[in-house]
Design a protein around this ligand. Structure first.
Ligand code: C2E
Ligand code: CA
Ligand code: CA
Ligand code: CA
Length: 284
């Protein structure tokens, strides 16, 4: 038993050491990526479920491949590197780059007459916690000439709730600038309906986890219907994330969901592909 115990101990130590090494390597890789600007943005369309038109695009950050080309390492996606960047504070530099690049691209599309609707950019709770977001948004909109009323910031439910009273002022300022607010991953965090009612929130995005088993899962079907009604009662638009199957779309349509996003319509695409997609509906 003793020997077994020692082996077990060693096993854990080794695995913890290798985890720490992995983490350090990832951190080093990310620091270099920030310095050398090895990131790029993909854009995923948001579809209006009534008109079946693109009414928005969400910018999603990607780490470029090791050769600096456009190829992405599927093993290092944002779900993996965003939390590390939040912990280390690198998220501030990344967030600034993402917003500027998205607004720069959006401005180009506007100048080319490509009707993409609204431009959604994710903002992490730790960016808000670290402060300066309002100033940054103001500055970047000015520098890029991108109109505030085309910009939508996606903030997670938990990110917002964690700010309590401060979130109020923060959201009011964005609202006054004309920037829209979307609550991301709705349903996954704890949320206070009192806050939701009080905040100038324009849109709820129902988390993919509630959508994936539609329409067969009766529990999820009930929850999603309730979330759609809730959004509409609060005069908010509602988007379903992660729509992959036609019967999911049919269910959402029947329940009056306004918009949807997911592989059924399009994966996140490089900017040039978005242009091709939108080119067919180019405004005159
Ligand atoms: P999110 O904001 O909830 O973004 C949606 C994620 O779901 C994206 O993953 C997207 O590629 C994926 N997705 C979209 N449609 C489908 C579908 O039909 N099926 C499935 N299985 N997945 C779908 P991605 O790009 O890997 O991003 C993961 C998360 O990383 C994002 O979740 C967001 O929280 C974060 N993130 C991405 N880009 C940024 C960024 O620029 N800034 C910040 N702060 N966070 C970002
Ligand atoms: Ca999002
Ligand atoms: Ca989401
Ligand atoms: Ca998510």
């Amino acid at each position: 038993a003793k020997r077994q115990g020692r082996n077990t101990f060693r096993f854990y130590t080794e695995s913890m050491t290798s985890q720490a090494t992995d983490r350090l390597q990832l951190e080093t890789r990310l620091r270099r990526a920030v310095e050398q600007r090895e990131f790029l943005l993909h854009y995923q369309p948001l579809m209006d479920l009534n008109t079946r038109r693109v009414v928005g695009v969400e910018a999603l950050v990607r780490l470029k491949g090791p050769q600096g080309g456009e190829a992405c390492l599927p093993s290092i996606g944002p779900d993996l590197f965003i939390p590390v960047m939040e912990d280390t504070g690198m998220i501030v530099a990344l967030g600034e780059w993402v917003l500027r690049e998205a607004c720069r691209q959006g401005r180009v599309w506007l100048d080319e007459g490509l009707e993409f609707g609204r431009l959604a950019v994710n903002i992490s709770p730790s960016e808000i916690r670290r402060g300066g977001v309002i100033e940054r948004v103001t500055r970047i909109l000015k520098q890029t000439g991108f109109p505030a009323n085309r910009l939508e910031l996606e903030i997670t439910e938990s990110g917002l709730m964690e700010h309590g009273e401060n979130a109020d002022l923060f959201l009011q300022q964005l609202h006054q600038m004309g920037v829209s607010i979307s609550i991301d991953d709705f349903g996954t965090g704890y949320s206070s309906l009192a806050y939701l009612k009080r905040f100038p929130v324009h849109q709820l995005k129902i988390d993919r986890s509630f959508v994936q088993d539609l329409p067969g899962n009766a529990n999820d079907a009930q929850l999603v219907s309730t979330m759609i009604s809730l959004a509409h009662n609060l005069r908010m638009r509602v988007v379903a994330e992660g729509v992959e199957m036609p019967d999911q779309e049919a269910f959402l349509c029947a329940k009056g969901c306004d918009m949807a996003q997911g592989y059924l319509f399009s994966r996140p695409l490089p900017a040039a592909h978005v242009e091709k997609l939108l080119g067919s509906t180019r405004s005159q």
